[in-house]
Design a protein around this ligand. Sequence first.
Ligand SMILES: NC(=O)c1ccc[n+]([C@@H]2O[C@H](COP(=O)([O-])OP(=O)(O)OC[C@H]3O[C@@H](n4cnc5c(N)ncnc54)[C@H](O)[C@@H]3O)[C@@H](O)[C@H]2O)c1
Length: 390
Amino acid sequence: MIKDNAAIGVIGAGTMGTGIAQVASTQGHKVYLYDAYPQQLEKSKAGLKSILARQVEKKRMTQEEVDGILGRINFVDNITNFGECGFVIEAIVEDLDIKKDTFARLEGIVSKDCVLASNTSSLSIAAISSALKKPERFLGVHFFNPAPLMKLVEIISGIATDDKVFNSTKEFIRSWNKITVSGKDTPGFIVNRVARPFYGEALRIYEEGIADAATIDWAMKEIGGFRMGPFELMDLIGHDVNYEVTSTVFEAFYYDPRFKPSFAQKRMVEAGWLGRKSGQGFYNYKDESRNPVPEKDEKLGQEIFDRILTMLINEACDAVFMNIASIEDVDLAMQNGVNYPKGLLKWGDEIGLKNVLDRMTALQVEYREDRYRPNPLLKKMVAEQKSFYE
Ligand SMILES: NC(=O)c1ccc[n+]([C@@H]2O[C@H](COP(=O)([O-])OP(=O)(O)OC[C@H]3O[C@@H](n4cnc5c(N)ncnc54)[C@H](O)[C@@H]3O)[C@@H](O)[C@H]2O)c1
């Protein structure tokens, strides 16, 4: 449905919009990148120029390629040219009313066949689509930051999305050298839902005083093979952002204790300890000598890693159990959206699903909290002696 040579409209020239415009232009499309604030357009253009100049310096791109990419992007302060576009993706501020207002205005300008998408992380596709007269041509197309580097794009069908629109958009985004996965319109979609225990269980272990941030990070990297530990990752994301996502998911799941935010992180936000960007988070970025040193105790490290991984696998099982995504897509999503070293369900198979269930049950028996309830699919698989992959 979206033509191979379609012009692409991107709304919002911030972090994500600029990255998505770069991806589309690199694929040879004419791009219109619109922002309501002219200074943001200037910032976006200057940022992109400097990113691409570095690619030339590192000999990853030629000057001609860079000129081509920049030349195909039109930085515009209005959406009048969007009538030319075959696909428009919105990446503006995460505010439902502003997004709805933007799509209502846009629908009066674009052609009848133009596919419309939102890059939202936490709003429902159904809620945004309520602003449209033709919601069947609207869906979620969720890129990860930085969009040019991260391979994963979650394609989310809304309640009214036409199957043909969904399938052709998926195919179209795949033609941009991206890995696409299909997810249901539920809070956090796939990655931001399944990844919650990576932060949540790490914070719980920290709050219980079992280990400090540096030791937990060490365990997840050295024993687990994760690229970053949960605390350094939260410091990088920003505690304000991470706490907000956690709270939104918790509320959206009608306060399911599995997603309960932590007091430790709330206090960091309240104190203005936002992580790298403020100079202080779980680590100090001004004076590294003040940082905790990991206690490299193998037995403790293994216990920490086992507990967090068990919770992650249980959550991945839930995403399949609740039909959020297929087994393969859940694994692809976590490997390519947050760079996990293995797919979680494959990892479960490798450890043995019975072992995963035993660990979950042990946590549930110890704490008697609903947070630690083993997923029904996990229990069923173990009872039937099945694994996710042959
Ligand atoms: N940052 C991430 O890691 C990330 C990852 C995936 C998805 N997202 C989602 O992408 C969207 C954008 O996030 P971001 O991090 O790029 O935000 P950002 O703040 O960097 O950029 C948002 C841009 O939208 C512009 N804007 C605001 N209101 C507008 C309007 N009415 N019309 C046109 N432009 C307007 C702002 O001027 C700004 O340039 C959000 O929905 C967010 O949830 C973000």
